[in-house]
Design a protein around this ligand. Structure first.
Ligand SMILES: Cc1cc2nc3c(=O)[nH]c(=O)nc-3n(C[C@H](O)[C@H](O)[C@H](O)COP(=O)(O)OP(=O)(O)OC[C@H]3O[C@@H](n4cnc5c(N)ncnc54)[C@H](O)[C@@H]3O)c2cc1C
Length: 706
């Protein structure tokens, strides 16, 4: 099997964008010497080939239509196919329905080019505007864009900026491994687009069709504009029934078809299955893949904990038609770790593509779009925070060199970050800072977690109950969870799924007592702004961080206290916060008023940290089964155990957000909703594993510590 070309999605630098020349407003690729669509008829061609070829109108209007539908596409290009499908979905799908559209693109159009290409597409005005407003920089990997549902059926677009084969490989079902918890996600219709096989042969390889087959079920269809013989043969070999039909315009033929219930290559799937290693993607037997249930059952979830993790998860589930009950033990939501009035979206990228750095990158790009809804609301809603930009100042020469490498790596992504010189540092911040350079993130800023959490929970599918949940009982017969509060009372309702988002208390349940969580106290300081000095205009991060002036004062911090859990304010922490600010840049302390440390206000809280400082997002493992099933790892850390992980039914975790809840909560919530709904994930497989709740058990066994 040839090596999967996954280097581009894993690397931590931006991609080469599409090089174009223009015929009017129609782009032509210089890399592939091919057109994106046929002149003025692009829309009609897309409609004929992909919408018609997959019978989408008919399927989306059928009485037994699916409430969730997934389209997989190769080659996003100008987004024309997506816009057509999305518009049709909005026109005819029921309100509670959900469209997932996943598209792989190796050379994304630069935003300016996409804007030009879509400028003449007035028919998609609203959708095209939303796409342009959220279109990512050419950063490799997964990008999730949620189209504001309003009253329309919901649409999630997952753009994977990478080679098509590597992209689909990230979605494949994994053979039995500790992290296998659920049935894999499936695609219902394929838009096999991209430049013509003669111009782009590296995409139209047999592995592409095998990956498509592995992601298909008995009712999956495909359509493609090409009728090339080797494409037809490869599709058939992968298990698709292929038919020629009339092409669009001057093209005589195109191909359509569906995935067969039985592969024509007898034993193909099973052979692939037994021949490959556990934990690797594999082609599953198509006959074992019935059409997913079409029922739009409303599911009920309980979420324990009303901080950033719980509230973002509640919203993500409500958007997918779940009815959510959020249990919070305090009288107000977001009054524990998430209780600060200012949380900065603090990026922490490295020039090395570690899981932490790649997750941070995914987190900041997602958070920038996520918070736009509140930030854009402007001064009327200023209490939600502000997109004021975040300026990261290097602590020393070495860090400055690292920032230069990061800026070089992302030189095509100025909306994400750019390195700025001293003059710009001063212009952006509004202060005479001494730093010779800085790394500036224009799309970030700060949020008010309390105000945000209250707003997140306003959806009508979310209700809040203020009580402490003490334990969880799985009712095997009814297949439901029961929640028992601290007085031993069972809630008079049961739930299909439970999400534990209780920060450090997430390990207080019998099912999750194994989680290695640690409370880490922190304190922020708030002091009045000095009169007659210029105001700070951005967030500035360095040794510490400080946000712009808000309601006449500055908030900065934060302390890290491993040995103490008091929530009372401590003067020594105010001193240490001022020291950090001074070390970040002396000009930052000049804007503080005359308030003495013993008069400073502030707030102390407990962060919840994990041993690798990454959050915990995913299904809750059954500890004892893991210890038993993977015991061999104690003796042989490299042993391959072909046993799927054992998990509590529909019990999930979202915790361990450390000091980065503002960045990690939105993307973690989105991923968890994907996992709970078995839909296209918002992160690649290796990052899902990096956040997986079972990772500490597997690592503990490998290190012979459990
Ligand atoms: C001083 C300080 C400064 C910080 N600054 C920043 C910053 O600038 N930027 C940033 O990104 N992050 C910052 N953080 C971190 C950020 O605040 C956290 O990552 C985030 O708030 C964690 O959210 P959470 O929902 O996981 O936890 P929490 O907000 O603590 O929410 C957990 C909730 O669960 C409830 N709960 C627990 N057990 C139960 C139960 N049994 N039943 C019912 N309810 C229960 C709790 O009452 C609580 O409300 C800071 C943290 C601190 C302490």
């Amino acid at each position: 099997m040839p090596e999967t070309p996954d280097h581009d999605y894993r690397s931590l630098c931006d991609l080469e964008t599409a090089h174009l020349r223009w015929q009017g407003n129609g782009p032509v690729s210089l890399q592939f010497d091919d057109i994106y669509y046929s002149g003025a008829d692009g829309v009609n061609e897309s409609e004929h080939v992909f919408i018609g070829g997959n019978r989408l109108r008919e399927r989306w209007q059928a009485p037994d239509r699916a409430a969730v539908f997934t389209i997989g596409e190769t080659g996003f290009g100008t987004g024309l196919n997506f816009l057509l499908a999305a518009r049709l979905w909005r026109e005819i799908a029921p309100k509670h329905a959900h469209l997932h559209y996943v598209s792989a693109e190796k050379h994304p159009l630069a935003l300016a080019d996409l804007t030009r290409a879509l400028s003449s597409r007035k028919e998609f005005a609203d959708l095209a505007a939303q796409l342009l407003a959220r279109y990512p920089e050419p950063v490799p990997g997964f990008h999730r864009i949620t189209f504001a549902p309003g009253d329309s059926p919901a649409i999630n677009l997952t753009l994977i900026f990478s080679d098509a084969i590597a992209s689909l490989e990230q979605l494949l079902p994994v053979r039995q491994s500790p992290y296998t918890a659920h049935a894999p996600c499936h695609v219902d219709a394929w838009f096999l687009d991209g430049f013509a096989p003669a111009k782009n042969d590296s995409m139209w390889q047999s592995m592409l069709f095998e990956h498509m087959a592995s992601l298909s079920h008995a009712a999956t269809t495909f359509a493609t504009f090409t009728a090339a013989g080797h494409v037809r043969r490869s599709l058939e070999a992968a298990g698709f029934a292929v038919r020629k039909t009339a092409g669009f315009g001057q093209k005589r033929d195109m191909l359509i078809g569906e995935f067969r219930a039985v592969s024509p290559r007898q034993g193909y799937s099973e052979k692939a299955d037994t021949g490959s290693k556990p934990g690797t993607p594999a082609a599953f037997s198509p006959s074992a893949r019935p059409t997913p249930s079409r029922k739009a059952a409303t599911r009920k979830a309980a979420i324990i904990g009303g901080g950033l993790a719980g509230c973002t998860t509640a919203r993500a589930l409500a958007q997918r038609n779940w009815h959510v009950t959020l249990f919070e033990k305090l009288p107000n939501i977001a009054d524990a770790g998430s209780g600060n009035t200012m949380a900065v979206t603090y990026p922490k990228l490295s020039h090395r593509p570690s899981a932490a750095s790649r997750f941070n990158l995914a987190g900041i790009t997602y958070a920038a779009n996520y918070y736009a809804e509140w930030w854009h609301a402007g001064s009327a809603r200023a209490s939600y925070g502000e997109r004021c930009g975040v300026l990261v100042l290097p602590k020393n020469e070495q860090e400055r060199a690292t920032q230069t490498s990061i800026a070089n790596n992302f030189r095509r992504s100025p909306r994400l970050l750019r390195q700025v010189d001293q003059a710009e540092v001063r212009r952006l911040s509004g202060l005479p800072l001494a730093a010779p350079t800085g790394l500036y993130y224009p799309s970030l800023g700060w949020i008010n977690p309390q105000a945000l959490c209250r707003s997140l929970c306003k959806a009508k599918q979310i209700r809040i109950i203020h009580t402490a949940i003490d334990s969880l009982l799985w009712d095997e017969t009814g297949g439901q969870w029961q929640l028992i509060d601290c007085e031993g009372t069972t809630a008079n309702e049961t739930f299909d799924a439970v999400v534990i988002a209780s920060s450090n208390d997430s390990a207080s349940f019998t099912q999750t007592a194994h989680l290695p969580l640690k409370a880490l106290r922190g304190q922020v300081s708030t002091v009045d702004a000095a009169a007659l000095t210029p105001h700070l205009k951005t967030v500035v991060c360095g040794e510490g961080y400080i946000g712009p002036r808000h309601e006449g004062s500055y908030t900065f911090g934060a302390s890290y206290n491993f040995d103490c859990e008091t929530l009372a304010l401590r003067e020594q922490d105010h001193h240490s916060n001022i020291d950090k600010l001074q070390r970040t840049d002396p000009a930052l302390t000049d804007i503080l008023g005359q308030t003495q440390a013993n008069q400073a206000k502030g707030r102390a809280g407990l962060r919840c940290v994990t041993p690798d400082y990454l959050p915990i997002v995913g299904p809750a493992p059954v500890y004892r089964d893991f210890i038993e099933n993977y015991a061999i790892l104690r003796r042989n850390a490299r042993a391959e155990v072909a046993v799927a992980g054992s998990y509590w039914p529909n019990l999930y975790l979202h915790c361990g957000l450390g000091s980065r809840g503002a960045i990690y909560a939105p993307i973690g919530a989105q991923l968890l909703a994907d996992i709970m709904c078995r839909s296209i994930p918002t992160l690649p497989r290796d990052l899902q594993h990096a956040l997986h709740p079972a990772r500490f058990i597997i690592r503990g066994l490998k290190q012979n510590k459990l």
